[in-house]
Design a binder for this molecule. Structure first.
Ligand code: GLY
Length: 315
């Protein structure tokens, strides 16, 4: 059996040490992913997940999150959830306490969170409100990936969002996602994904982070995979599931991620922007891919004292 390991996308560094601490104590992959993701969701400096996530076109923060287990492919998710700072924990409650369902959205997801006793919070911080206001002006900055250049698709998306915002007359007041995958000492795997989705998205828009096969897939026979970036592309590409299928067919994790992203890149898309992926196998191999140079993923083993960066292969 492989040693425990936890990997994550850019900005998961805020949570991976907590996840590895769970794994070191012999805890489950599910506990590790939840613990790690909650730290990320609670990080006020991160404007792509949880508290301080960037809002929709009406200035309201709506969160998507999911968890998938490798052994039985159990899946729990929430989408367009308002007012609850840790959607990953509500997704876990769907998985464990509502096994007759896999995905709750909007008001139903909030009702379930309330029934489960989760605490509400105001998710739009002063900093995220200010960033939202700044970003709705024309900008050449990238939306996803703080250190990458905006693509034409990013720019078209921004222009379209501005027009949408004007049309929806928002009240007063870089999309991104975090992926975390863990392998525990018993050999179980869990994939977690959490996001505030596209800034300025149409209210009610659900991305790939809440959808099995698109942004999240875990199958202990081959591995787990997750995506960040333009969710509409990974939905159409079935990208996370494609990666795991390619691993099952013999490809290594990095090459499987690259091939699945290459497939998604063939799809026509007026709003094209980058998609990234990462994957982990039950024997502890891992890899990632991205559309641009300089992208990394991070990992911790039991020997790690802090998260270590690894380069993603480039399309
Ligand atoms: N990948 C996150 C989203 O599209 O919302």
């Amino acid at each position: 059996m492989a040693d425990p390991v936890i990997i994550g996308s850019e900005r998961s560094e805020a949570g991976l040490p907590a996840g590895m601490e769970v794994l070191r104590r012999g805890g489950s992959a599910l506990d590790a992913v939840e613990a790690a993701m909650r730290r990320c969701e609670d990080n006020p400096a991160d404007h792509y997940v949880g508290t301080a996530g960037l809002p929709n076109a009406q200035g309201v923060v709506e969160l998507d999150a999911s968890l998938m287990l490798g052994s039985g492919r159990q899946f729990g998710a929430v989408a367009a959830l308002k007012g609850y700072p840790n959607p990953i924990s509500v997704a876990r409650a769907v998985l464990e306490r509502l096994p007759q369902h896999s995905l709750l959205v909007g008001e139903g997801a909030a009702l379930f969170a309330e029934e489960c006793g989760f605490t509400t919070a105001d998710l739009l911080t002063d900093a995220s409100r200010e960033q939202w206001r700044k970003q709705v002006t024309d900008s050449k900055e990238a939306v996803e990936g703080e250190n990458t250049a905006a693509t034409d698709g990013d720019q078209r998306y921004r222009e379209s969002a501005l027009s949408l915002i004007r049309r929806l007359a928002p009240h007063d007041g870089p999309w991104g996602t975090i992926n975390i995958i863990a392998l525990d000492a018993t050999g179980e795997m869990c994939v977690g994904v959490s996001t505030s989705g596209y800034p300025y998205k149409y209210p009610g828009r659900v991305g790939d982070s809440a959808l099995p096969g698109a942004g999240n897939w875990c199958d202990l026979r081959a591995g787990g995979a997750a995506c960040t970036g333009r969710g509409e592309l990974s939905m159409r590409g079935g990208t996370a599931r494609t990666i795991v299928d390619l691993i099952a067919g013999g490809q290594d994790p990095a090459e499987a991620c690259r091939a699945a992203l290459a497939d998604a890149a063939t799809l026509p898309d007026e709003f094209r922007s980058e998609l990234r992926a990462l994957a982990l196998t039950p024997d502890g191999r891992h890899g990632g891919a991205a559309g641009q140079e300089g992208s990394v993923y991070v990992l911790m083993t039991e020997a790690s004292t802090e998260p270590e960066s690894r380069p993603r292969v480039v399309l």
